[in-house]
Ligand binder design. Sequence first.
Ligand code: A3P
Length: 287
Amino acid sequence: MSSGRYLLHHGLLMPTVAHSEESLKYAENFLVKDTDVFVVTYPKSGTTWMQEILPLVLNGGDLTPVQTIPNWDRVPWLEETRTALVVDCLPSPRALVTHLPYHLMPASFYSSKAKVIYVMRNPKDVMVSSFHFHKMASFLDDPGTFQEFMEKFLEGQVLFGKWTDHVKSWRHTELGDRILYITYEEMVQDLHGALRHFSDFLGSNLSEEAIQRIAEHCYFNNMKTNSMSNYSLVPQEIMDSSKSAFLRKGIAGDWKNHFGPEQEVRFSSVIRGEMEGESFLFPWDLE
Ligand code: A3P
């Protein structure tokens, strides 16, 4: 790990390109409003997709914000440096994303009525997506071989630590009906249905016509062309889309094109071992 590129926050690796001691202090002291909506993800689980979806679900399907404001300012990451700069411009209800585990949320969050949508993705696809992301992002260390990166991923020597710790932390909360769980795979399979869930959960009362319009805009092939969301505004030296596009494939199951049989067995057995005793089910096969 090259020094300078990362900082450690409560044992979690974060890239200094977007995080600083100040931004993390700011997040810690953030005053959460009851009307706030947080999307929580482990990195590479569909964060950017939700930065597109959420403003549309909250505003009734008006495309203006997603066509005019870059995703990082439209739905900022609580822990990143941009939030302090843009927070006063956010419409109400405010939409934010975060990769923080449950116990590192701001103190005011726990006693608030803010809602949470937690998006989980098959960890094999998360790892594949992250592997390609590390190749194209010059602010991250080279991932090495796929095998090397897999070992780092399983040890939690990657951004925001272990996948299993993250998903477990957000399953053991006292949030009750303040939190909605959904998977990336469910969204890929039935985006329309997912949007209906979000609308019901957030009380947006969207018409079928509005849901259809939002779905059309947010399908991978359409969203991929939105310069406010596909990271084409970021200079090539920082994110090199000739190595891998940020909106890369947008499918469930790409891991099958990357994992060898032994890697698959090892990966599944580590994840299964760490999830032992957990009562929630995965919508994918961990065998
Ligand atoms: P792939 O690399 O597997 O294609 P994050 O935003 O959390 O970093 O996650 C990035 C992943 O979400 C990428 O996965 C990206 O292609 C995928 N993604 C982004 N927008 C999407 C969309 N509209 N539909 C499906 N997947 C999407």
